[in-house]
Design a protein around this ligand. Structure first.
Ligand code: GUN
Length: 296
């Protein structure tokens, strides 16, 4: 068996076309163009490329992008003042502070300072709480992208065994919460594995849907996967440089090995990545609706 490739690029493009239309309708109806402010502190190459892609996608879809690029020497106080200004700026509907921040800045202070109704990443504790009780406005972008990929690939989740490898606040914990909700595209039985899990393979082999956000290449190999399973690889590992000097990427799943066993599999790059930015765009439109029309 060779797994079907879940093409995140293609699915993301279809959603972006839908969003572009919704954004155009919103602009026509309200006279307001949704705006996203991105904040980048320092020059971490991965962060620079993510923020650039986020700004470009905003413009492609007909939204405004306000990019704030600041030196790594910026003080926490200065960053908090910027967040405060963006909270009050009526042209800015969504705010995204790219993580990680330099070590002298406490991330939680910056995230807590943000207006929860502009927190399009869904990282503010109010939004984390909303997610837990099933009343989310801004589901975090990577988990939202994973859920949308699963939905649009026609994979049933009702009663499915889902195994998540990884317990981060950005991916592992929120995707587990989202897929266990009593909702469409959810209703799964979810197991969360992590670095202290005994006999990881015993768990992963039970999965109908296996979501891997472990942060290490080849964390999941073929013998850890049930034949026919849907495998979602969230990993982004830089494993060298291509001939043209670009970073060479690999996920957390041994793609070639697992492809021979799984039913469906996401590639890296071109799987979850394009979905993540698309969900950020969706959240920004939601934020604009919430602020302009009082509903999302
Ligand atoms: N750094 C890595 N992933 C993310 C993300 O989803 N949002 C932000 N703001 N920073 C990140």
């Amino acid at each position: 068996m060779t797994a079907e490739i879940l093409d995140g690029k293609q699915i993301a493009a279809a959603i972006r076309a839908e969003l572009a239309q919704e954004i155009a309708d919103f602009v026509q109806k309200t006279g307001v163009t949704p705006g996203l402010a991105t904040v980048l502190v320092g020059d971490n190459p991965a962060s620079v490329s993510y923020v650039t892609a986020k700004g470009r996608t905003c413009q492609e879809l007909g939204m405004q992008s306000f990019q704030h690029t600041l030196p790594a020497s910026l003080s926490e106080q200065e960053l908090l003042e910027l967040v405060d200004r963006l909270n009050r700026d009526r042209q800015v509907h969504g705010i995204l502070v790219q993580l990680p921040l330099p070590k002298h800045i406490q991330e939680s202070r910056v995230l807590y300072a943000m207006d929860p109704n502009k927190d399009v990443d869904g990282f503010h504790p109010v939004n984390v709480g909303r997610l837990l009780i099933g009343e989310e406005i801004f589901p975090p972008c990577t988990p939202a992208g994973i859920q949308e990929l699963i939905l649009r690939s026609g994979t049933p989740t009702d009663g499915a065994e889902v195994v998540v490898v990884g317990r981060s606040n950005i991916v592992g914990k929120p995707i587990a919460v989202m897929l266990m909700q009593k909702k469409r595209g959810a209703n799964a039985t979810v197991t969360v594995c992590h670095t202290r899990t005994r006999n990881l393979a015993e768990h992963t082999r039970r999965a109908d849907i296996l979501i891997v956000a472990a942060g290490a290449p080849k964390a999941v190999t073929a013998e850890m996967v049930k034949p026919g399973a849907v495998v979602i690889d969230v990993g982004v590992n830089r494993i060298g440089t291509t001939e043209s000097g670009k970073p060479k990427l690999a996920g957390d799943v041994d793609f070639d090995g697992v492809r021979a066993v799984a039913g469906k599999i996401t590639p890296v790059p071109g799987g979850v990545g394009p979905m993540t930015i698309t969900m950020l765009m969706r959240n920004t439109l939601r934020a604009a609706r919430l602020q302009v029309e009082g509903r999302s």
